[in-house]
Design a protein around this ligand. Structure first.
Ligand SMILES: [Fe+2]
Ligand SMILES: [Fe+2]
Length: 145
C-alpha cells in the first residue's frame, strides 16, 4: 500500500496526513511480514490510533466550519474505525487476526479517503461558505480535479 496522486482530495494538509496514515499502516505491515513479534505491531497500532485521532478531529472541525451536511455520518465512520480496530485487537494474536487487521486497515482507509473524505473536500473546494469564524488556512492542490 502506498500513497498515490489519485488519493489526493485536493487539500494539501489533508493529503499529507493521509500519506502519514498510509506510512504507519505500511510500518505495521512490515512488522507483521518480518515476524518480529506482536510488540512492534502494537507500537504501530498505538502510533496509528494517536495520529488517526488527531487527523479525524481536524477533518471533523473542517466539516463543522464549512457547514458540511454529511458531517455527522462522516464522524460515525471515524468512530467505526476505532470500534472495529478494537474488535480485531481483542482477538488472539495469530495469523488470522493479522491478516484481518491488514485487510481492514487497507480497505477502510482507501474507501474512506476516496469516498467520504473526497465528499467533504469537494464541498469545501466548491466554494462552501464558512459558517464559523476560526478556520485554519488550507493549501489547495493546484492540479487536483
Ligand atoms: Fe474522514
Ligand atoms: Fe481522512
Amino acid at each position: 500500500m502506498e500513497w498515490k496522486y489519485e488519493h489526493s482530495i485536493g487539500i494539501q494538509e489533508i493529503d499529507d496526513q493521509h500519506r502519514k496514515l498510509i506510512e504507519i499502516i505500511v510500518s505495521i505491515e512490515r512488522a507483521i511480514v518480518s515476524h518480529v513479534g506482536w510488540r512492534d505491531i502494537v507500537y504501530g497500532l498505538v502510533d496509528l490510533k494517536v495520529f488517526a485521532r488527531s487527523h479525524f478531529e481536524i477533518e471533523e472541525a473542517l466539516m463543522r466550519m464549512y457547514g458540511y451536511k454529511e458531517a455527522a455520518k462522516h464522524t460515525e465512520e471515524h468512530q467505526y474505525f476505532f470500534t472495529r480496530l478494537a474488535e480485531i485487537e481483542c482477538k488472539s494474536i495469530d495469523k488470522l487476526a493479522e491478516g484481518e487487521l491488514l485487510k481492514f486497515l487497507r480497505d477502510w482507509l482507501k474507501k474512506h479517503i476516496l469516498g467520504e473524505d473526497r465528499g467533504y473536500a469537494d464541498h469545501i473546494l466548491a466554494g462552501a461558505s464558512i459558517v464559523k469564524t476560526k478556520v485554519p488556512s488550507l493549501t489547495v492542490v493546484k492540479s487536483a480535479g
